[in-house]
Structures are given as structure tokens and as C-alpha cells.
Design a protein around this ligand. Sequence first.
Ligand SMILES: *Cc1c(COP(=O)(O)O)cnc(C)c1O
Length: 406
Amino acid sequence: MSETTAPASPHTDELLGRYESSLLGVFGRPTLVLEHGDGAWVWDVDGRRYLDLVGGLAVNALGHNHPALVAAVSKQAGQLVHVSNFFTSVPQVELAERILGITGAPEGSAVFFCNSGTEAIEAAVKLARRTGRTGIIAAEGAFHGRTTGALALTHKPVFREPFEPLMPGVVHVPWGDVAALEHAVGPDTSALVLEPIQGEGGVVPAEPEFLQAARRLTAEAGALLVVDEIQTGVGRTGTWFACEQAGVVPDAMTLAKGLGGGVPIGALVTFGPEATALLAAGQHGTTFGGNPLSCAAALAVLDTIEQQDLMAHVREVGDHLQRRIEALDDPRVTGIRGSGLLRAVTLAGDWSAAVTAHGRDAGLILNPVAPDAVRLAPPLVVTAEQLDLFVDALPGLLDLAERDAT
Ligand SMILES: *Cc1c(COP(=O)(O)O)cnc(C)c1O
């Protein structure tokens, strides 16, 4: 639909052809070939500029080409990129301490570093297994990753079914249903794993009462509460971690996405000595996890968020976006979900794919997280004026989407 209006793109077309004959097709055909970026802007190989309102899927926390990240990675690359886990490094120790500091984790807490979100979840699954119990509870609509252990926790049938049988013992409870949670959590429950806001599930926040009930029920049953902050963490919702906003302290937390600002890194944080003691020497490991390069990148991200007060900025521009969307007074826009800079604009029809395609033609990168919802997870440095570009364009994009549908 958008192809007819797209300007000539010789380099893009050529590279996408080569992509399709050389890369495994699990992602389908990409829509752009990007070349460089600056802040919230990216440019493709044909010189077109786009406002990146997806931020590499909540990853590019500092935006593109941020001087602090560039400097930290460049400096560390000139010192050490990798050492094995026979050894440690200054960035690794400093980052672990820094993460424990911002999580407010009690004495006896600890960090395990890995390279992705799904690996952080795998580590959490192994932690849960060490309780000696086998049941794991996750939520309907949950997304926890694609490796086979994490996939057992992910709910969406199209992701799971081609790979069944998956790890046994996982049950999914309806999202937000405290009574179902009460029924499900019991003496065989090793862990309850929840996202504070379901990201891939459509940016659907948990009510604080749901997370609080999860905390209470797992504590009573002697099970672990694992909060998956892979998408919501590291300032994205206006606080370091989204579960803080419900006043919930978990037994373990998973991090990835925004932590390295684009450099791959994941982490499992164990809260308190009991959870920390579950995994002993030799029971888990990784070759690349915790390498000095990715730890230096993550330190630069955390330092920049703090020094530039980016969490206050996220709250401010997130509220601004919400006010602007609510003031649109367009019956095709039904609302906005999420918090800070993890948002979904909800639509009265299944127009998100068309809005995304026409948005791209208009120089806006958007994500159709559900047929009737457009996700925004821009760099935390995005400005109110940049968000306005999207809000101002939305009615016109919906006109085009409606025209496509008829
Ligand atoms: C993205 C995501 C994952 C998986 O992370 P990967 O780095 O893609 O493996 C897990 N949980 C949540 C909540 C996520 O958003």
C-alpha cells in the first residue's frame, strides 16, 4: 500500500534483495536499511531521515550516537573488550554495584550478567528450579523471550506451538486477575514471573494491586517473585524500575534492552541472601556475559540517565504526549496506555499496520504492537517537540489508513 508512494530507494532495494538471499527469514523482510543516527533521528542508506519513536525496541535509551556512550565504548575497546569469567574487570564490578544501588536491593543481593533478555529469563528459570519446586506461573499475554525455557513462559501460541513440547510446569493466569493468582500460587510454585507493563503484549500495565497481590501471595507460599523489567526498566517509565511505582520489591529482577543503550547486555538481580544463595559456583555461566565492553556501555547509560536527570525528563515528555493524544479529540484515537516513554496509542479500528507504513513514508518510525495499538518506545532523550511531530501527523496517517481499508 505504501510502496506506491515511497520515493525511489535504489540502495535500499538492492540491499533488501541481498538480505533476503543471505539472512534467515525469521524477521520477514525489513522495511528500512539504516545507516547512521543522531539523538532520536536515524538516516537510511538513501539519505532519508526518520524520527525513531521505537528506539530499537526500547533499547536505544540514550538515542543514537550519544557522545557519552560513544566515548565509553571507544575508551573501553582500547583497553579490554573481553576477558573470560575466570577474571573480572573494573567495569564489571562497578556496574554490579551500581545496579544493586539503583534497585535498592538489600544486603546480600547480587547480579549475574548475560547478553540478552531471554538469557536473563533463563537464569531466572534456573534460579527458580533451585528452590526444589517445579511450578512456574506467568501471565496470559506475557512475553519473556524466545529461547526454549523463556518461550515456555511466553504466552502467545504462534510463538510457542511450533516448538512444543516446551519446558513443563508453566501455567498462565489471566492478566490482572488476583483471584486466579490466589488459586494458582501454591506449595509447588517455584516462581511467579510478571512484567509490570506487558510490552510485547500491547503495552498493558498491571494495576498496582495486581503486583502487590503477587508479592503477598508469593511471600506466603515461599515462592519467588520475579519481575521482568527487561522492557520497562532503566528509566523507561520515569523511575529506574516500573515495579517501584507499585511499591513492590521482588526476589529477582531481569534486565536487558535499555541497559546497554544498544550494546548487548542482560542481567539477573537476586534480592537478598536467600535468593542469591540459590545458584552456587558452577551451576550457571556464560562466555560473553559481563564483558568489560558491555559493562562500560551500561555504566555510561546509567551515569547519563542520572547526571542529565533523564527520568524527570521521561515523566515530563511522557505526560506531555499523553495530554496531546487525549486532546486530539479524534474518534479514531481511543486513548493512550503505559507510562513514561513506554506507550501505546489505541485506535478504534485495526489500523496500526497501515499507520506504521504511512508513518514511515512520512519519516516516522512506529511499531504496530497490536492491530489496534501503535507502540512508542523512543530514546529517553526525545523532546516534546519531536513527540509533537507524531501527534500532529497522526490524524493524517489515520486518513490514509482508512482510505487503504476501503
Ligand atoms: C524483549 C523482552 C524479552 C526478551 O529479550 P531479548 O533480548 O529479545 O531476548 C524478555 N522479556 C521482556 C519483557 C521483553 O520485552
